[in-house]
Each structure stands twice: as C-alpha cells, then as structure tokens.
Design a protein around this ligand. Structure first.
Ligand code: ZN
Length: 390
C-alpha cells in the first residue's frame, strides 16, 4: 500500500522531509520512504492530501493491569484472570486507537501483560507493541510488594530476576525507593543499596535485558545511577524537605554522563499545576538544569495509577512540554525516536525510516507547530495494520 501526498516527519529532524512525500507499507508491515509518483503496478494507493505523518507514539511507563478508576492498586489482583485480561485488552485497544503504538509495561503481579503482549504480536487483538518487566524487584513490604517481587538481599533479588526471565519478560524493573501507592512505603526512602542494584544490573545486562529503576528519593536516584541502570523512572528528587527539593547537579551530571534516560512520568493531570507560576518556574529550572547536565528525557505517564488513563499520552505531551520547558521537537522526540532508543525498540520503531515497522500517525495540522493536534489523529497505522482512518 502506498500512502501519497504526505508531509513526513522522520522522528529526528526539525522539519518535514524535502525528499520524500509518500510511505509504502510492505506486505510485512514495514516502511519504505518514497515519492508520490512511485506507484507500483497493482498497488493500493491512498491520497492523503497533504496530511502530516509522524511515527507512532511510545509511552515509556505504563501498567496495563492497573485500573485508573480504582483507588486500591491491588484490587485488580483479586479479580479472576479472564476478567483482568478482558479489561487489559480493552485498555490496550484504547491506547492504540489514541496513536500509542508502543509502550513499556513496568510492572504487574501475574505476568498477564505478557499474554496481552503476545496476543497483540500474533494479531489476535489490537494494541500497542509492548515490552514488559513483569514483577518489579522490591524490598520486603516495599513499594508494590503485593506484586510478588520481594527480596531482602542480593541472592533473593537475583532469584526474583531469574523468575521474571523464565516467564519471558523483556526487561527488569527494580524499585530503588519507596512509593506513594503502597501503604507503609515512603518515596524518600531508598529500598536497596548500590551493591544490590549493581548486581541486578549486571545479571540483567549479561542476559541482554535493560533495567528500569523506580526512583523518587535522591538516595535511590544515586544508588540507581551509580549502578548504571538504563532508565530512571520519576526522578522526583525527594529529600527531607519534600518533592523536588533535593536536586543535586553532580548526580544529574552522572546520569547524563552515563547516558541514563530519565522518564519523569508527567501525566495529563499535571496540567493542574501549570497555572501556579512559582511551581512552574521551579520545575522548569530543575528540568533545564538536568538537560544542561546531559540528562536525556523520555515521555512516560505511569498510566494505570489512579486517574491516569492509558490512552492519555497524546494529551500529556503538551503538559510535559510545559513542565520540562521543552520545544515541540524535543517533546515529540521524547515520545518517538528517543523513547524507542531508551526502551530498546530503536531497530523496530520510533522513526519513519526504511525497514522500520509501519507505525504511523497522520494529522490535518502540523504536530511540530502545535502539540495539541496529537489528540486528533486522522489516520493510525500500527505495525502495518490500519487502526483508524477512512
Ligand atoms: Zn509505575
């Protein structure tokens, strides 16, 4: 199939392509960039009349098993498996209908998201391409311990890791600090020391897995950064004085130098802070400082936690831009090419380039000029399959 008369953003450059204006989707669902006059015999064509095409969006942090309408994070674990799978498939479908064509699932207790991943991959259901972490490694009674990944020392942490690998996960998640949604767990507290996280990273990397580390408190950020994790989730700089109050330039430099991605889980709900000028100035300054130290940012929402809906990444990106003081280009890259690199999908998606998966969103207006258009894609292709459009 040939999609003609497009303005193509490749996921990298600050402009639309001056070389190509058409995308061919091969029978394998892969992309070929070409020109509108390159119609091959017998090929289906679609004239998009100057629509703007960009790569499908990627959310670097979701939990498919969590129901955002449910205040109790463990409520889902009490439902029968079939009911959970049905709800998860519905969430996955909503995501891909919103233009989220890939996502990284950072934790559940029963590996059900791996079943959804495989059902999407085999074409049984429609949803984003998923990479999944399974049970996060956490301390005894630590953050999200109800998912079953508790460990009290290095050996038991590696036992939890081995269990995830046997179940077929794509990466490893470690809770380096406490978190909000677990009673008795405090975001400021580090859960593991650097030695244990280092052992987790070594064991994961040696088997080809990346490591995502949940980090609110600055001690946990330090342990995770020094241990060389792949992505730091949240990165909330929580200290004794509270959220965002304990930014350390030296530590941000280490994160930048090590090439660790920061995944700040800015969801659409953060929009409520944007009218608070003092808050906005402080958080803008912190993100600017992190960027100046070389920290690379990726888009993520933590979808599934209360009131954070799985399909809302397109809405969250304009808020992420405002919170982190990003340009439209930086924001779009954080949800496409940069995000694909961070979650290990750069050889598959994140750009509109020859040989990558045909994950394509099309718009009547230019997303490079206005991020709000992301909420209204006119056409969506995911993995070469048309999801919406005429
Ligand atoms: Zn999370």
């Amino acid at each position: 199939m040939l999609l003609r008369n497009l303005k193509i953003w490749d996921g990298i450059e600050n402009h639309y392509s001056d070389q190509f204006d058409a995308l061919r989707i091969t029978d394998q669902g892969l992309l070929v960039l070409t020109t509108s006059d390159d119609i091959q015999g017998g090929e289906a064509t679609q004239d998009l009349a100057g629509a703007y095409a960009i790569p499908g969006l990627i959310d670097a942090h979701i939990h498919l098993c969590l129901d955002p309408r449910e205040p109790d994070p463990f409520a889902h674990g009490k439902l029968p498996e079939s009911e959970q799978l049905k709800a998860m498939a519905e969430r996955a479908y909503k995501m891909v209908r919103a233009g989220i064509t890939s996502a990284r699932d950072l934790g559940g207790g029963q590996w059900l998201e791996l079943k959804i991943r495989d059902a999407i991959k085999s074409g049984d259901i429609q949803g984003p391409r998923l990479v999944c972490a399974g049970q996060p490694i956490t301390s005894v009674e630590g953050h999200c311990h109800f998912w079953g990944g508790e460990a009290n020392d290095e050996a038991s942490a590696l036992t939890v890791l081995d269990r995830q690998v046997k179940k077929g996960v794509d990466l490893i998640k470690v809770m380096a600090t406490g978190g909000n949604i677990t009673p008795g767990s405090r975001p400021v507290d580090a859960q593991f020391d650097e030695t244990i996280i280092r052992a987790i990273v070594r064991a994961a990397n040696s088997q080809g897995f990346s490591v995502a580390a949940h980090c609110h408190g600055v001690d946990g950020i330090r342990n995770a950064a020094h241990a060389g994790v792949t992505t730091i989730e949240h990165c909330s700089w929580v200290g004794p004085e509270g959220w965002g109050k304990h930014y350390e330039p030296e530590l941000a430099r280490t994160i930048g130098e090590k090439g660790i991605w920061v995944s700040p889980t800015v969801n659409a709900g953060w929009g409520r802070h944007l009218g608070n000028e003092r808050y906005l100035a402080a958080i803008n300054a912190r993100y600017q400082a992190m960027k100046a130290e070389g920290c690379r940012l990726i888009a993520s929402t933590d979808a599934g936690i209360p009131n954070v809906f799985h399909e809302d990444l397109p809405k969250a990106l304009a808020v992420f831009k405002a919170v982190a003081a990003l340009s439209n280009l930086e924001t779009l890259k954080s949800a496409t090419s940069e995000c694909a690199r961070a979650v290990g999908l750069e050889a598959v998606t994140g750009r509109l380039a020859d040989g990558l998966s045909a994950d394509i969103l099309m718009f009547d207006q230019s997303p490079l000029d206005n991020l709000e258009v992301l909420e209204n894609p006119s056409w969506i292709f995911a993995n070469g399959q048309q999801i919406t459009g005429q």
